[in-house]
Ligand binder design. Structure first.
Ligand code: ROI
Length: 165
């Protein structure tokens, strides 16, 4: 069974509801079991500032799916949420589901790069991840807690639990 960490983000159409619905949708995939869910975190946008604040969370799942089969499932959930894939890599989005870590695997495929390229520089990934996996070591040997203690604080606010079911 694979252990996979997924980063969730939204800054459109009631982001807290989008994140909650995403966790519920992932839980409903028969080949996926959710093992840990972080709190919700509100964060200032990284990148262009002329967009709403984000809501972020990180979950751990267990699945026998391959990385690409999992990516297909996650993209289907993004699409169902109304995600429009435009040329707006740094712009507002209704739902973003990123595979952060897949076991300790290093994946370099056209559709999928794991560990997620930006995760070590993102407070809104490192802090929720450290909440649910405080002892994690990244595939390159970096200690998660050291990264999360060192990361520049950018007004990240921990909110309540996610009411998924
Ligand atoms: N900024 C924050 N705070 N949270 C995100 O999830 C997020 N996602 C993005 C960019 C545009 C880089 N900025 C973000 O894709």
């Amino acid at each position: 069974m694979n252990s996979v960490f997924i980063g969730i983000g939204s800054n459109l159409s009631d982001p807290k509801i989008q994140v909650t619905k995403a966790v519920t949708a992932i839980a409903q995939v028969s080949t996926i079991t959710i093992s840990k869910v972080s709190s919700l975190y509100v964060s200032k946008p990284m990148g262009p500032q002329d967009q709403p604040d984000y809501v972020n969370a990180v979950i751990e799942i267990n699945t026998a799916l391959t990385p690409i089969a999992l990516l297909d499932q996650l993209q289907a959930i993004e699409n169902t949420a109304g995600r429009v894939r435009k040329d707006n890599r740094w712009g507002a989005r209704i739902l973003d589901l990123d595979i952060l870590l897949f076991n300790q695997d290093i994946i370099n495929e056209e559709r999928l790069v794991v560990p997620h390229y930006g995760m070590k520089l993102r407070e809104f990934v490192l802090l929720p991840l450290a909440e649910i996996a405080p002892n994690l070591i990244l595939p390159d040997g970096d200690v998660l807690l050291e990264l999360s203690n060192k990361i520049k604080r950018n007004a990240l606010e921990k909110q309540g639990k996610i009411a998924w079911h």
